[in-house]
Design a protein around this ligand. Sequence first.
Ligand code: SIN
Ligand code: MN
Length: 205
Amino acid sequence: MSEPHVPALNVRGVAVYPGLLDRAAQEALAEAVRGIVQAAPLFRPVTARGREMSVRMTSAGSVGWVSDRRGYRYEPRHPSGVDWPPIPPEVLAVWRRVSGDAADPDCCLVNFYDEGAKMGMHQDRDEADVSHPVVSISLGDEALFRIGNRERGGKTESLWLRSGDVLVMGGDARLLHHGIDRVKPGTSTLLREGGRLNLTLRVAL
Ligand code: SIN
Ligand code: MN
């Protein structure tokens, strides 16, 4: 596939492609996510300490990311016991366009944020080999994304992610802390019921 035509913004080494995906591409991805959710319904993960996350999740790929009282990990099946569905081709195409990675991802985590949902600052570090980047796709309502440092704490920078924006965390930016402070309801017409979807692609195993 061709190189991304939208110039990347560099925020602490995170490559941000604002509006990389046009409306038709966003609609195709939203439809692909509906297929994932039909096969592997969204669930609300619980942290090891027993706190329910406000974000609902599911995955596609040979493994999916789960969290429960046993902690965070990749699992070959959805908590209900069904296989995760395959990563849809439209989603893989975005990875191949921006990741610069020779391998394909084996996990597409789907995060759904309804009003009030957020995600605390964390690192993506449950993967076996963090030399592979993370590619993240935003669909639906706008979200305030915060980027910090490798270590916990310190100064952070925030940016609004809008429907169709894509970002890549690779190289020195791969292990930066990041999170979603809030989602602004009613800022996108992409998802019929509103809310925000984030697709996070990773080489997990
Ligand atoms: C995540 O870090 O898992 C999600 C980030 C986002 O929702 O944009
Ligand atoms: Mn993350």
